[in-house]
Design a protein around this ligand. Sequence first.
Ligand code: MF3
Ligand code: CO
Ligand code: CO
Length: 268
Amino acid sequence: MPIIIKTPDQITKMRVACRLASEVLDYIAPFVQPGVTTGELDTLCHDYMVNVQGCIPAPLNYAPPGHKPYPKSICTSVNHQVCHGVPGDKKLKSGDIVNLDITTIKDGWHGDTSRMFAVGEASIQAKRLNQITYECMWKGIQQVRPGGHFGDIGHAIQKYAESHGYSVVREFCGHGVGSRFHEDPQVLHYGKPGTGERLEQGMIFTIEPMINVGKKDIRSLGDGWSIVTKDHSLSAQWEHSVLVTETGWEVLTVSSGSPPPPAFVTPA
Ligand code: MF3
Ligand code: CO
Ligand code: CO
């Protein structure tokens, strides 16, 4: 499938869906405390999306080819879980790190974003992984401009992650996002500059690097969804939905509670 270029009117609707997804993270942040279960976080987010925002939680019953329908409304990936952690009865404890991944559908348009949270007192190593992974995402975002290549994004992320001794998960990638949850292209978080398709104004896609403290290898759990590191090392992920503008990029998944960009980021 070709990469869809969004019209100005569609971009306006994407801005709304994306802001709402980010606002779910603002809403849930104070609840991410020792003792809460990932299932409780899922219920809170579900009710907020449906009853307060008038959104549809995109993950619920999402069933891409080869997968059984996803049973919950958000993804909660704890510690060595890489992505697609399914919320359940497990209580978060002090020292855990957790990714909450939110995808809203508003007026038919998808907003997709995730953040890392440290529960209680996390280790220096865990906090550093969260921080470097956040910076990896922004290293990717900074490459976004019309005429650039998707390989520029992947290369910037891989270079930054590996320079800190971390590894980049290969099996999952960013993706076009719009009227469908996952559209072309696949946005790899590793690669070579000047390779891959060219970016054009009006494209919208996610950048969502998964970064491991240990080796890059992963395996999937028996629930059919959860992905973990093979060596059980810690893994982190951040995600934004990004628009290619005339001169560079615009992050669409922003709200009042969004963490500020790293100091190395200058406006596009
Ligand atoms: N939100 C994830 C992403 O960033 C996809 C989750 S699919 C689900 O692409 F079914 F697990 F929700
Ligand atoms: Co995504
Ligand atoms: Co997501």
